[in-house]
Design a protein around this ligand. Structure first.
Ligand code: GL2
Length: 839
């Protein structure tokens, strides 16, 4: 049920009443909540006062939504994810509530600047990149589609590190997102749960003579939930993001304290609270750290206990749990949920193994997000057994029963048993979490057509052969609320003025833009929007000591985590080549270009950090070279995060999606760029394949090998040196770097990168180089025909319907979760005049 906006002739009066109320709200919050007079208030006080006022406007819907979950026989999606990269809340909540205009007027009339207040928010960066941001987009769509859902995760005290660039190198700084105060969360201390670790298991006979198992943990911590409301776009539904924080069960040990052992007394508390202290910043690199396993178990156990509690609030037992909850495992990070739920069902709620397994396998579904072997989680059996002895027993039992099934299915095939076992016994023994997730789930999905196909044919081929119906595809999507309406208001206004605003909740409606490619006035407005967006970013950098950027240049943007498979160095080789050509031939007919990079490297990933250094080193030389002034500029924007993404996607002309085919599971930045009218230069990798299908090949700059060519080349024996020796342009670019042209003559600095390219080149940068450079040449030519470019850009945006996360969520609901919308009615309307009579 959609909330109706006031459209009657009294709307103006209503508006001004609301604005008056909002202004009073700010003043009230400033005075009573922040405890300051306006003249003494800091920007943070103002931000908090505005946020609390807005939060109050959500409360009625929030409480009604929670009540609806409890009252109705509704099915809830439990989305288990170690990461939720939510981005700033205030602006998004204003948009989804439909309060942006009123609040900004109220703020202006109070003498403040809405932009300044919005920008003040420290974003909750509780994720590394694509995977965590996808979870956030999905929460937005779940609420907007009125699907009851709870996102379960970890309330990291320190989220993703802040990146600074010092002398060209990445420097990591601790993120202090909670420091200014978080107005969006509600601490629910009374809903704490207890989590064990370590210890041993024992068998015992219960009062009825049944043989049972008991886990006796060595340590306990408390999990405290913090709830953040997630509101849908212009609906009453508000879902829940429930993040768990670890606390010691008692503050500290007084016995130890009294005998003078202060260190010992606080030790336990510190150890407990370490669990949720910090997000591991390694994107797609499995590190096998004990604390990370503890984090995973901690939030999974908290969440499963919570769902069991919610279920038992309405039903006498857990028999029908899968009718009440569909639980999604966002990658294998929460896969320990499978044995944990078995433990809760068998040891705590006394189900038989068979009954428990039936409930578990009807509850879980698993999304795989990567094919990279180094990202696949496998925990050492020793470590897992030490931390979670009962879970290891359960995993062994799951495995033993599963392998019996395999032996019956494939008699005599010992190899398939070895390959499919949950336990990897090829050397030190490991628990393969992807196998555990596959076996414990009723559905498995990849995140783009190509990725799912590769899962079926390679990574999970044995599982696919065993259960041909289990593996499906759900192509990723992103929310147009944040990634268009919020971040690109100029474009959103233009689109709505042309085709109405229905596209915001039905992105396929953007198709209505297509005929407008033949409307010169519309095309001109489209260009103007892009130009103004580009001017914004130029204005931001013009006052700094850095170079002044030319808004007429082609803005060529690659923003994402820095990783060799994403091939930022391929982009760089093209830049160096272009620089070299421009120096040798000042008359070269190419449009001016501004190359923009952004992204963080995992702190321990030396090669990725060296790539950042190289980008900045090339930028230093190129930006200060008068020979290429205004024709070639390079900018590395530090600390790429959601907030900076808001700025960058709308101003890009060209989106770089240049990973080696078969490596990027989907990508989601590719979708954000296209929606905002950038053209893509890309390989046939991840969702690029489907983007190209949607926008049509003539509106997409394709280059490079496809997965089959990559496979063939690898099989034939790939030798990057041959390519280097045969390609003069490539040789010149590599030599410039190797000879120290960008490192003050230092020939050692970039040697590891150059050697890697020349002697291994695991991501076949050199193999795709020529095709990339030629494609970039074509990009330049088309950009010199603004009319043609604009038509292509409009067609790109117009055909992005498929890539709304609303479509992805609708797919999950239909294919995986079997859930339906539950529109929330505002039954609980207002607080009683004379207060409550408390029960
Ligand atoms: C990723 C994939 O690398 C990326 O291609 C995909 O778009 C997202 C979301 O499905 O998941 N996998 C992963 O571990 N991270 C990703 O971004 N961090």
């Amino acid at each position: 049920m959609t909330r109706t906006n006031t459209t009657d002739c009294n709307s103006h009066t209503n508006d001004s009443n609301n604005i008056k109320k909002l202004k009073r709200g700010f003043a009230y919050k400033l005075f009573y909540q922040q405890g300051v007079w306006p003249q003494n208030a800091s920007l943070n006080d103002y931000y908090l006062a505005v946020s609390y006022t807005v939060r109050d406007r959500m409360q009625k819907m929030f409480l009604n939504s929670i009540r609806a979950l409890q009252e109705k026989d509704s099915k809830i999606v439990g989305y288990l994810s170690a990461e939720f990269l939510m981005g700033p809340h205030l602006h998004n909540n204003l948009i989804n509530l439909g309060l942006y205009d009123q609040v900004s007027r109220a703020v202006e009339e109070s003498g403040l600047d809405i932009k300044q207040i919005i920008d003040h928010e420290e974003e909750p960066g509780l994720g590394n990149g694509g995977l965590g941001r996808l979870a956030a987009c999905y929460l937005d769509s779940l609420a907007t589609l009125q699907i009851p859902a709870i996102g379960y995760g970890i309330r990291y005290e320190f989220g993703m590190f802040d990146q600074e660039i010092e002398n060209g190198w990445q420097k990591e700084l601790g993120d202090r997102w909670l420091h200014p105060g978080n107005p969006w969360e509600f601490k629910k201390a009374h809903m704490a749960v207890e989590i064990g670790s370590g210890g041993y298991t024992e068998r015992y006979t219960d009062d009825h003579g049944n043989l049972r198992v008991r886990w006796v943990p060595a340590r306990m911590v408390k999990g405290i939930p913090y709830d953040t409301p997630v509101i849908g776009y212009r609906v009453n539904n508000v879902n829940l993001l429930r993040l768990w924080s670890a606390e010691a069960p008692k503050s500290f040990d007084f016995d130890d304290f009294n005998v003078g052992d202060y260190q010992g007394a606080v030790h336990e508390k510190i150890m407990a609270e370490t669990i949720t202290k910090v997000l591991y910043p390694n994107d797609e690199q499995f590190r096998g750290k004990e604390l990370r396993l503890l984090q995973q178990y901690f939030f999974v156990s908290c969440s499963m206990q919570d769902m069991v509690r919610i279920h038992l609030f309405q039903f006498p037992n857990l028999d029908n749990f899968p009718d009440k909850f569909a639980v999604q495992l966002n990658d294998t990070h929460p896969a320990i949920a499978v044995p944990e739920f078995m433990r809760l069902l068998i040891d705590v709620h006394h189900y038989s193994w068979e009954q428990a397994w039936d409930i578990v396998t009807h509850t879980f579904a698993y999304t795989n997000h990567t094919l990279l072997p180094e990202a696949l989680e496998k925990w050492s059996v020793d470590m897992l057994g030490r931390l979670l002895p009962r879970h290891l027993e359960i995993i062994y039992e799951i495995n033993s029963r599963f392998l019996d099934l395999i032996r019956i299915k494939y008699p005599g095939d010992v190899d398939v048993v070895r390959r499919m076992s949950i336990i990897d016994e090829s050397g030190e023994r490991y628990v393969r979490m992807a196998h555990l997730a596959c076996i414990g789930s009723h559905a498995i999905n990849g995140v783009a057509e190509l990725h799912t196909r590769l899962l079926k044919n390679h990574t999970l081929a044995d599982f696919h052969r065993l259960w041909p119906d289990k593996l499906t595809n759900v192509t990723n999507g992103v929310t147009p609320r944040r990634w268009m309406v919020l971040s690109n208001p100029r474009l959103a206004r233009l689109i709505s003025s042309a085709i109405g605003d229905g596209w915001i909740t039905d992105l396929y409606k953007l198709r209505k833009l297509e005929p407008l490619v033949d409307d010169p006035a519309f095309c001109e407005k489209w260009q103007q929007v892009k130009f103004e967006n580009k001017q914004d970013i130029c204005a931001m950098f013009s006052c700094d000591c850095g170079p002044v950027f030319n808004p007429y240049a082609l803005f060529d943007v690659q923003v994402k985590r820095i990783h060799e498979y994403k091939r930022q160095h391929l982009n760089l080789l093209h830049i160096v080549n272009l620089y070299h050509r421009l120096k040798n031939n000042p008359d070269l007919d190419v449009p001016p270009r501004t190359f923009i990079f952004g992204g963080k490297a995992a702190p321990g990933y030396t090669m990725a950090k060296l790539i950042i250094k190289l980008i900045n080193s090339v930028a230093d030389v190129v930006n200060s070279d008068p020979d290429v002034k205004n024709r070639l500029q390079i900018l590395f924007i530090p600390n790429f995060n959601v907030q900076i993404g808001h700025m960058l996607y709308p101003m890009a002309d060209l989106s770089e999606q240049i990973s080696l085919a078969g490596k990027e599971a989907s990508g989601t930045g590719n979708m954000k760029f296209s929606m905002n009218g950038a053209l893509t230069i890309g390989t046939l990798d991840g969702a690029n394949v489907e983007i190209r299908e949607e926008v049509a090949p003539e509106n997409f700059f394709l280059f490079g090998m496809d997965v089959n060519a990559v496979e063939d080349l690898r099989r034939a024996g790939y030798n990057p040196q041959t390519i280097y020796n045969q390609n003069e342009g490539l040789k010149a670019a590599i030599n410039l770097i190797a000879m120290g042209h960008f490192s003050h003559g230092d020939q050692e600095l970039f040697r590891p990168l150059i050697d890697s390219l020349l002697y291994h080149d695991p991501y076949m940068v050199l193999a795709d180089y020529q095709s990339y450079v030629e494609c970039q040449q074509k990009v330049g030519e088309v950009f010199q025909d603004p009319g043609r470019w604009t038509k292509m850009a409009i067609r790109n945006a117009a055909r992005m319907g498929k890539f709304s996360s609303d479509r992805s969520i609708a797919d999950y609901c239909r294919k995986v979760w079997k859930v339906k919308p539950l529109p929330v009615e505002l039954k609980l309307q207002r607080l009683p005049e004379n207060g409550f009579k408390f029960p």
